[in-house]
Design a protein around this ligand. Sequence first.
Ligand code: ADP
Length: 483
Amino acid sequence: METTMTFEYAPAPESRAIVTIKPKYGHFIGGKFVAGGKHFPTINPATEEVLSQIALAGKADVDAAVKAARKAYTNTWSKMSGKERGKYLYRIARIMQERAREFAVLETLDNGKPIRESRDTDIPLAAAHFFYHAGWADKLEYAGLGTSPKPLGVAGQIIPWNFPLLMLAWKVAPALAAGNTVVLKPAESTPLTALLFAEVCQQAELPAGVVNIVTGDGSTGALIVNHQGIDKIAFTGSTEVGKIIARAVAPTNKSVTLELGGKAANIVFDDAPIDETVEGIVNGIFFNQGHVCCAGSRLLLQENVAEEVLHKLKNRMEKIRVGDPMDKNTDVGAINSKEQLAKIIELAAVGDSEGAERWSPACNLPSKGFWFAPTIFTGVTQAHRIAREEIFGPVLSVLTFRTPAEAIEKANNTPFGLSAGIWSEKGSRTLWASQQLRAGVIWANTFNKFDPTSPFGGYKESGWGREGGRHGLAAYLKGVSHE
Ligand code: ADP
């Protein structure tokens, strides 16, 4: 008989005193904060408290931002040596580290993710992206991307709400290192760390107009995508919007990179170390509430170990702490928005109606805010919508397989191809499987590991191009193949 001993955790709240949130924000254009016209609220999804009023950029604001970016590109940034550009990037990276706690608290308040994750993952990785690309700025000629690589010009960058500052860093750092200037739009539900980043640009004395930040919703994003003065679009978000953008830029000369949805297979072979695998499954799907495009949302278990893995997984899930994102012991925080919660609830209901079996541990969810308990569906087949569509929440679909060939066939049977996981003790099996899988990133005996040196991106409907590493730099330089 198994015996478990449970210790209660005392509350360990992080203080929010370190951040000062203004009641209202404008845009950051030409090195200055300028007042916006219309505003909309950004809220804390864990409490529904209104944190601030955010400006909704219209045509005139986007025009002004593009103009400022063009001016900075022509007069300053494209003329500056790589060595000088690198100094600014190092400065930004160091200031981000110095202000890391402020960024982490702000990210957690605006996004709902646990403070442990914003503190230990999002913010350090964002700074790491600036450090890494600072190092490239004066070495572009040695990147194997041509002898005298040239920037594209002005980049329009549109990012999602799941890793707000980290996605900003993925976009801004390589663009600047390669000599481009940017107009960036954060997601409407998580603009606050981008606005704090604007302050960091001022503090680093980055030349005016090199980074411009306009806030708004999809309408602002569309103005950026369709702007004549922009040379490149970099987008991370849904496949649906990615398709709209691909259509919009097709008849233009704009370069484009798209990082879209996923439905990653996390494949467990029968020789996998089960306890470590269970940790990897939990990290794969419940990290960041499952709001992760590369989440391991389809668990493929070899039939002869399925029962054991599921038993241990459920035991492990009983220990996941869901609740106040500001508590340092919290594992799973709030769903980012009411709309996203509605989508998760809807797709989970489809799972029920299609005959899959739902299981969640008992959770005491807060009464205010947006919450969804960590959930698994067993008995899922490939025909089920929960096996095919991205849920973008803490919901795992479990399928089984008998042979390695069947695992690969099922794993690849998806319109997506962003990431995959393989759990096996055998190196030869891991290498064989990784060669068969049609996914941009493949983790072996681990999951959701990110590093600025490693290119990230998808096959098929998961996107175009790569971000990070040498490949990511290529996407901000003229005439260099992106793959
Ligand atoms: P999600 O469904 O995860 O919220 P979206 O793709 O809708 O993802 O949003 C990602 C980013 O794209 C956000 O910054 C959003 O404002 C922006 N966006 C939404 N619609 C459009 C559009 N038609 N054109 C450009 N950007 C858009």
